[in-house]
Design a protein around this ligand. Structure first.
Ligand code: HEM
Length: 445
């Protein structure tokens, strides 16, 4: 067990991305990370009742999340609660997720990854936050979002299609000689996990050899949330790594997203290194395991549903609808908020600094919002899903995500029209849901 505060060891830094190695900044308590209750690993054992003891890091949650939401709904519990993480609420209906996402007065985005440690009040100050714009509140949010819109607009993203296709084909080639009926490949490890990291790494102008490092960063940031704060060294290394990349781009400017961010102006001023570095962290984290999870879950579905595979092959036009249905039914991203001030939310007495989980994937399975919500309907026509979020923080990378997801599926089923699950799927831990190991057996065409 540790104290409720972590002593700050290093002297006052000038920037999080230069001489300082911690991603979290300072807090008024003089700490890097603030814990509302002392950390005790025994508090994070297996969950018995998700209604009163919800934990998104419970190893049984992601494999069974749709069943958990259904049970909560049917037992009349639209808002689950947990004492874990120092206090957390989890609304699961579409209306309530919508209400929280749009209410930026009561719910701040200064921290969006509910975990054991909270950033201190000055560590990730709203309205800017540590990873703008996802950590920014109004009115700064709109300003922080604006410079990121042009690089992710359809016109900028469409030219990546050929590159993504070449990458997917290369990954399929790398799987080697395939003997139908015998060969087993891992659709997550050998395929899905490599696609988004390669694309965002190249967009940012980072060395391709560092892809495994980026995945490690994402693992530390998103999956190790129930471990003692301060033990995720990868996150400190990330601050250092990005500082070095910014420096390298300062010395050798080039035509990539990092140089763009370093030169773009907000109201006549260039962004600070902290802002540039924070946005890069966001793009790495938001751009990698989200799409990797979406590709993996879609292939997991197709491995078990031959009729859907056949439909996609026989009728490629249906792909447009299928992509939206994959995103709805297997939405990978749940986000977090912090309660900004004491608030009665539909009868729940929320207190300042409580966490709130925003499970967009649960909203997508709400039967009040979608007919046959738990059924995958490959050509579902009415599909206003919330996979990319709701409100001001709606995903900026949705054009890129859709492109990667579509091309990855097109290429996989074109090479392997028939495949089935060939062992246990290992699911991620935490708020990004998707397969991390997905063995599939390739079958004869
Ligand atoms: C299937 C893949 C993806 C899904 C499901 C997804 C989902 C989401 C969701 C739900 C949010 C809202 C966050 C909130 O409300 O706090 C979001 C925000 C964001 N996403 Fe994505 N995302 C995906 C891929 C990407 C990619 C590839 C990028 C860019 C490389 C990206 C960049 C962002 C950014 C920058 C934001 C913050 C926007 C803001 O705060 O204004 N995302 N995403």
């Amino acid at each position: 067990m540790t104290d409720t505060v972590n002593e700050k060891a290093s002297p006052e830094p000038s920037s999080r991305f230069g001489d300082r190695d911690a991603v979290f900044g300072d807090s008024p308590e003089g700490t890097d990370v603030w814990q509302r209750v002392p950390y005790n690993p025994d508090d994070y054992g297996p969950v018995k009742d998700f209604a009163t003891d919800f934990d998104h890091a419970d190893r049984q949650y992601n494999p069974n999340a749709p069943e958990v939401w259904k049970e909560l709904r049917e037992s009349g519990c639209p808002v689950a609660h947990s004492d874990r993480y120092g206090g957390m609420w989890v609304p699961i209906t579409h209306d309530m997720v919508h209400e929280v996402a749009y209410d930026t007065d009561h719910f701040t985005s200064r921290a969006v990854v509910p975990a054991v440690g909270r950033p201190g009040d000055l560590a990730m100050p709203a309205p800017v936050g540590g990873v703008p714009p996802i950590s920014s509140d109004p009115p700064f949010h709109a300003m922080a979002r604006r410079p990121l819109l042009p690089p992710f607009a359809p016109k900028q993203i469409e030219p990546w299609e050929d590159e993504v296709r070449v990458l997917c084909r290369h990954l399929l080639d790398e799987m080697g000689d395939i003997t139908p009926g015998e060969s087993v490949v891992d659709a997550a490890i050998d395929y899905a996990q490599n696609i988004p990291v390669n694309v965002i790494g190249r967009m940012l102008g980072f060395p391709e050899k560092d892809e495994a490092l980026f995945r490690q960063f994402v693992h530390d940031a998103m999956e190790r949330i129930d471990e003692e704060p301060g033990t995720q060294n990868g996150l400190d290394d990330l601050g250092k790594y990005i500082g070095e990349q910014i420096e390298d781009h300062r010395n050798n400017p080039r035509d990539d997203l990092t140089s763009y961010l370093m030169n773009v102006e907000l109201d006549g001023n260039k962004l600070s290194d902290d802002h540039v570095g924070g946005s890069i962290i966001l793009l790495l984290v938001a751009g990698i395991d989200t799409t990797w999870s979406a590709i993996g879950s879609s292939l997991w579905h197709l491995a078990q549903n031959p009729a859907d595979r056949k439909r996609l092959i026989d009728d490629p036009e249906v792909m447009t609808f299928a992509i939206e249905e994959f995103l709805r039914a297997y939405a990978p991203v749940t986000m977090g908020r912090m309660v900004a001030k004491d608030h009665d939310f539909n009868g729940c007495p929320m207190k300042k600094d409580d966490w709130v989980l925003l499970p967009f994937p649960a909203a997508n399975r709400d039967p009040k919002q979608f007919e046959d919500a738990d059924k995958f309907i490959i050509d579902r026509k009415e599909n206003r899903h919330a996979a990319f979020g709701l409100g001001i923080h709606r995903c900026l990378g949705s054009n890129l995500a859709r492109l990667e997801l579509r091309v990855a599926i097109e290429e996989f089923i074109s090479r392997f029209p028939n495949f089935e699950l060939a062992g246990d799927t290992r699911w991620s831990v935490g708020q990004i849901r998707g397969p991390r190991e997905l063995p599939v057996r390739i079958l004869a065409d």
